[in-house]
Design a protein around this ligand. Structure first.
Ligand code: HEM
Length: 150
């Protein structure tokens, strides 16, 4: 076989390998395919985040009046279940749906942002990495229209 044909074959194989490798890299994102739930640290970590955030909300005069009659241990349990479900932990959420539950509370965008601010303070205090923090906040941001009332 002529030298030039060999060159074409070898270049072809190299290109094929390059394309295969880059495609494999695209599939493998920086998360290694693990769920956000796992990356946040699972059940125990989420329970700790919920507890810390609830304490911050309870001390926040902008929004703590909403929770004046709330059964806090039950709220914490249900919020943890809900966060587990939202982040791919596969838990069964036994609470009410977001719209029905928050309907009639008169929650404004400022109230929503205040709660998120408390959550961010919690995530920062637990040194949750930026990527996981952003992912969680994006998921929660998607619930806003079910929670905030016009
Ligand atoms: C993304 C944001 C939010 C999520 C994921 C969320 C989720 C939940 C969950 C899972 C529960 C318990 C479910 C149940 O009782 O059946 C709950 C209860 C509650 N949420 Fe939210 N919530 C959010 C935002 C807010 C905001 C912004 C407020 C007000 C400032 C608020 C006020 C309340 C109150 C007062 C309760 C307790 C209701 C009761 O005592 O029966 N939530 N929320």
């Amino acid at each position: 076989m002529k030298k030039s044909i060999w060159k074409v074959i070898i270049v072809g194989i190299c290109l094929g390998l390059l394309v295969t490798c880059s495609l494999r890299n695209d599939d493998e994102d920086s998360t290694d395919g693990s769920t956000l739930y796992e990356r946040l640290g699972g059940e125990e970590a989420i329970a700790a985040v919920v507890k810390d955030m609830t304490a911050r909300v309870a001390a926040d005069d902008r929004i703590n009046q909403f929770f004046a009659k709330t059964n806090i241990p039950k709220f914490e349990r249900l919020l943890a279940e809900h966060l587990c479900l939202l982040t791919g932990g596969g838990c069964r959420y036994t609470g009410r749906d977001m719209f029905t539950l928050h309907q009639g509370m008169g929650i404004t965008e400022d109230d929503f942002n205040a709660l998120v601010e408390n959550l961010v303070a919690t995530l920062d205090s637990f040194q949750v990495p930026e990527a996981e923090k952003a992912e969680l906040l994006q998921i929660l941001g998607g619930l806003k229209t079910n929670i905030v009332q016009k």
